[in-house]
Write a protein that binds this ligand. Structure first.
Ligand SMILES: *[C@@H]1O[C@H](CO)[C@@H](O)[C@H](O)[C@H]1NC(C)=O
Ligand SMILES: *[C@@H]1O[C@H](CO)[C@@H](O)[C@H](O)[C@H]1NC(C)=O
Ligand SMILES: *[C@@H]1O[C@H](CO)[C@@H](O)[C@H](O)[C@H]1NC(C)=O
Ligand SMILES: *[C@@H]1O[C@H](CO)[C@@H](O)[C@H](O)[C@H]1NC(C)=O
Ligand SMILES: *[C@@H]1O[C@H](CO)[C@@H](O)[C@H](O)[C@H]1NC(C)=O
Length: 413
């Protein structure tokens, strides 16, 4: 496995899509090992629950019916019966991490009297169907794919609505990065369950060929909070010190570490699971030119496919995602067959290259900010938020409100 990681173009793995720490360091292994479940995310305002989920939603072999426990987080403080349910479609990592970084949903919950639910993606965090053996072989990893994950969310949401007598509550799905892709796809595949989706920084796969996204990281600054830290230093301070301090926003090194560890240790983003996804359906070719602070890298699809075959015994299916969810000719197709999706993207986020950047219809809306970074709109509001960010969030709230109002109107008919 380790060999495999080293052989692949590193940038492929940096952007685990898992949001911010991606660009920079992985926390030292010893520190990570110390972050146990309980103290990793202290004071997270959610209660944890475990749902008996079916292993395979798409076949009827006896083993398909095996159960694993899927974690989800919930907060019902603001909820009133009949009022909306906001669901975060978890991505490739511990669900707590995404809950901790998506304060936006908590911020707006009182306005909507919404129930908040964050569902962990299968094969990540503690939602591993085969426990520690889940990544052992393709036989076990075979159930790790986006279609199964979406089906998990659908089944869990139905069960939750039933248990809470919340059948009439409209569901809105939220997701950032890969989670944003899932949120948008969820709205397309399960419109009867979710009335709308807010997909932040989702590089929704639109291409049908294997042309790399060029100059992926060139001149890009990743996160505006990190940038604020960097900009806060006097000019004479060296770049590594600045960047290191910025990274400490996410990893508390307590000043004891003096150098980056740009390794690929197991971390909260579950890169082991992501490697499998990248080797099967999530084929995102990227390169890095010589213009950025990162080492240049090229992309060789054949070499990549060979590595996947060698490691897992399977080859990527680069056209499957666009076949399953659409993506080719996205403008024409989505405007006809989809509705109620917000794609928000910040142009300082390298992933915006793959995002939906124009309005496709009156209800498939692109909110594009010149200064925005990787799903910065999903973070908790702070005193220092710039006007453009406040405006972006306000617009998101207004649009979600309009979906709910329309849903209520239709209910009356
Ligand atoms: C991890 O925890 C142990 C025991 O609490 C402590 O002795 C050690 O210094 C910690 N390591 C790090 C890197 O924080
Ligand atoms: C739900 O959120 C509210 C507001 O943030 C908080 O006061 C409450 O403790 C949370 N509930 C749980 C179960 O964490
Ligand atoms: C709903 O209730 C059933 C029966 O108690 C339980 O097995 C299931 O986990 C519950 N669903 C959710 C989403 O909590
Ligand atoms: C970082 O860790 C140190 C030592 O454990 C602690 O005193 C400090 O408050 C932490 N800083 C942040 C921002 O959490
Ligand atoms: C899309 O439409 C919304 C209004 O619904 C507008 O605020 C936004 O700027 C438009 N997006 C683009 C990329 O033009």
């Amino acid at each position: 496995m380790a060999l495999f990681l080293l052989l692949l173009p590193p940038l492929f793995f940096f952007p685990s899509l898992a949001t911010l720490p991606i660009l920079f360091p992985r926390a030292p292994q010893s520190l990570l090992a110390n972050l146990s479940e309980s103290n990793k995310y202290p004071n997270l305002p959610y209660s944890a629950h475990y749902f008996p989920q079916q292993l395979d939603h798409f076949s009827y072999q006896p083993k398909s019916y095996s159960i694993f426990y899927q974690k989800f987080l919930m907060n019902s403080t603001f909820w009133e019966r009949g009022e909306p349910i906001f669901v975060y479609t978890g991505n490739e990592g511990d669900i707590e991490w995404f809950a901790a970084n998506t304060g936006f949903m908590m911020d707006i919950a009182p306005k909507f009297r919404a129930l908040l639910v964050f569902i962990e993606h299968r094969y990540y965090g503690t939602s591993k169907p085969f426990g520690e053996k889940s990544y052992e072989s393709a036989d076990k990893l075979g159930y790790l794919n986006s279609a199964q994950a979406l089906a998990d969310y659908a089944v869990l949401i139905r069960s939750l609505k039933h248990n809470m007598s919340a059948e009439s509550s409209p569901v809105v799905v939220f997701g950032g990065s890969y989670g944003g892709m899932l949120a948008a796809w969820f709205r397309l595949k399960y419109p009867q369950i979710a009335i709308g989706a807010l997909a932040s920084s989702a590089p929704i796969l639109q291409f049908d060929d294997i042309t790399p996204w060029s100059s992926f990281y060139d001149g890009v600054s990743q996160d505006y909070k990190m940038c604020r830290i960097i900009d806060g230093f006097p000019p004479e301070v060296d770049i590594l010190t600045k960047v290191f301090s910025a990274a400490s926003l996410y990893y508390n090194y307590s000043g004891s570490q003096s150098c980056f560890n740009i390794g690929y240790e197991a971390d909260v983003h579950g890169l082991d699971g992501w490697n499998w996804q990248a080797c099967t359906e999530m084929v995102m070719p990227m390169i890095c030119s010589h213009k950025s602070m990162f080492p240049p890298s090229a992309y060789d699809y054949k070499e990549f496919g060979d590595q996947c075959k060698k490691t897992y015994g399977v080859r990527p299916r680069p056209h499957w995602i666009t076949t399953e969810y659409g993506g080719h000719n996205i403008k024409q197709v989505l405007s006809r067959f989809g509705s109620n999706i917000i794609f928000s993207n910040g142009m300082k986020d390298p992933w915006s290259r793959g995002g939906v950047l124009e309005n496709l219809s009156s209800s498939i809306v692109a909110l594009v900010t010149a200064k925005g970074a990787h799903h910065v709109d999903f973070r908790s509001a702070t005193e220092e938020d710039p006007t453009w960010l406040i405006e972006q969030r306000t617009l998101e709230v207004e649009i979600i409100r309009s979906w709910i109002d329309k849903y209520r109107e239709d209910e009356m008919i």
